[in-house]
Write a protein that binds this ligand. Structure first.
Ligand code: GLC
Length: 451
């Protein structure tokens, strides 16, 4: 390394140290967040106030013996998935057919997630996917996983409280989303498809895990968005145990730094979903772009090619959670995969090794903090469920971050171990792939069961 390289490296080093201070989350901080989260849950449950909405789902966990054939629609991330599912009882599930479609056309011809579409159009699109999977003329109960905060008024009546994850489809807030689906099905002649149940994706994940293992009592999504639900044994207004959708992405007693504040200020809904903006796939790319732009402006990174890099990083679509995955998973000599990505995308050649390494360090800082924040909230939920951890618990998790982001799952587990210490052996984290969608079929089975 030349002397100049060393000096540049030194600046970068200082920049990274500063970032470490911004994004590092200590054990005591996690403990503190866990306690605050627990308190916020109690407040949401008893007073319906504070950042946690604690929304009743009206569902208990399933017995594992529900059976039959059901349709499920999983809506709430980048795509919609429709599946025909057979529940076989004894915790066994078989997917008979499935399709998925983007809610936003990568080619730009439609976008059902933005204010360019109405709720009617969005649900029309969902109904078309159903028609494509099973055709008109079938009679079958359907469960809808709708991954946004809704006020449940019955098993099949869910009023959208507000969009999250930067969705903005018109004429949907305040409406019963199941009715919108029902109307769209009728309009397309799908008279035999009966939308009998609506659930949140966290609830679907928990129901899927509990279908085969009754120890599952927490469900969570770590993907485009982030949220957790749990089985509340004594809901204040109900005589029976019920799954509660915490809407934990809106938790806000958190150590936000200048990047978090900037991101929040420039989001669709400033002041809302603070936890989600710090931990979920929808926002991690934006955080990384802000951090990199900051380092470039300070002259710590990409000096010879700063113009190209600034142009590149100024566009949201150029760096998302998948690129962070690529950087984190790049174990090639000299970070070759990261170099190829950046060269192809920006034209910048000969990026220095220590700069590519810096990218990996930053990606690690962001995702480690995300995983530790999530761990702290899980500890908060366990505090409500079983403060002394006398029983075993399974936390069922679905979502691309948990499944695919290198290091995320292990940091989450380590973070939880750090908070719970010896009692952590009572808690197991479990990946429940496509749990959110399968859960809709189970919910439909519960809804149509006699009694
Ligand atoms: C957002 C939604 C929430 C959902 C989560 C994961 O936080 O508000 O309902 O569960 O994303 O998809």
């Amino acid at each position: 390394m030349s002397e100049w390289e060393t000096v540049k490296g030194h600046f970068l080093d200082l920049g990274l140290r500063d970032l470490h201070k911004c994004f590092n989350l200590t054990g005591p901080q996690m403990q503190h967040i866990a306690e605050k989260f627990h308190q916020a849950m109690l407040r949401g449950l008893t007073e319906q106030k504070g950042p946690l909405k604690m929304l009743p789902s009206f569902f208990n966990i399933p017995t594992g013996e529900e059976s039959g054939v059901f349709l499920s629609i999983d809506f709430g991330g980048t795509n919609v998935r429709v599946s025909l599912v057979q529940l076989l009882g004894q915790g066994k599930i078989r997917v008979l057919k499935k399709i998925s479609a983007f809610l936003k056309d990568p080619g730009g011809s439609y976008d059902y997630t933005a204010a360019t579409a109405t709720g009617g159009e969005l649900f029309g699109f969902l109904a078309e996917q159903i028609a494509e999977l099973i055709g008109v003329g079938e009679t079958i109960p359907l469960g809808l996983t709708f991954s946004f905060p809704t006020e449940m008024q019955a098993l099949n009546k869910a009023v959208l409280i507000g969009w999250t994850k930067e969705f903005n489809t018109l004429l949907t807030v305040g409406k019963d989303v199941n009715l919108l689906l029902h109307e769209a099905l009728q309009e397309r002649g799908l008279y035999g498809i009966k939308p009998v149940a609506v659930i949140n994706d966290t609830v679907g994940t928990l129901m899927t895990a509990a279908y085969s293992n009754p120890r599952a009592d927490i469900g969570s999504i770590c993907g485009t968005g982030h949220n957790t639900c749990y089985l509340e044994r004594q809901p204040p207004q109900e005589p029976h145990p019920m799954i509660i959708n915490i809407e934990s992405g809106n938790f806000n007693r958190l150590p936000a730094n200048k990047y978090d504040r900037y991101l929040d200020l420039h989001s669709e809904k400033p002041g809302e979903q603070m936890l989600e903006k710090m931990v979920s796939g929808r926002y991690l790319g934006a955080l990384m772009r802000l951090v990199l732009l900051g380092l470039i402006r300070k002259g710590c990174l990409f000096q010879g090619v700063s113009r190209k890099m600034v142009d590149f990083l100024s566009q949201a679509k150029n760096l998302d959670a998948e690129h962070i995955s690529l950087v984190l998973g790049d174990n090639s000599p000299g970070f070759g995969e990261t170099a190829v990505w950046l060269k192809d995308a920006t034209g910048a050649r000969d990026l220095a090794q220590h700069e590519l390494q810096a990218l990996k360090i930053i990606a690690t800082l962001l995702t480690t903090r995300a995983a530790r924040l999530v761990a702290a909230t899980y500890a908060g939920v366990l505090g409500r469920l079983d403060p002394r951890l006398k029983r075993p618990h399974i936390i069922a998790i679905d979502g691309s971050l948990y499944e695919k982001m290198p290091g995320f799952a292990s940091h989450l587990e380590k973070g939880l171990d750090e908070i719970l210490q010896n009692s952590s052996r009572q808690v197991r984290l479990k990946l429940v792939k496509d749990g959110s969608g399968m859960g809709a079929a189970i919910a439909a089975a519960v809804a149509v069961a006699p009694g």
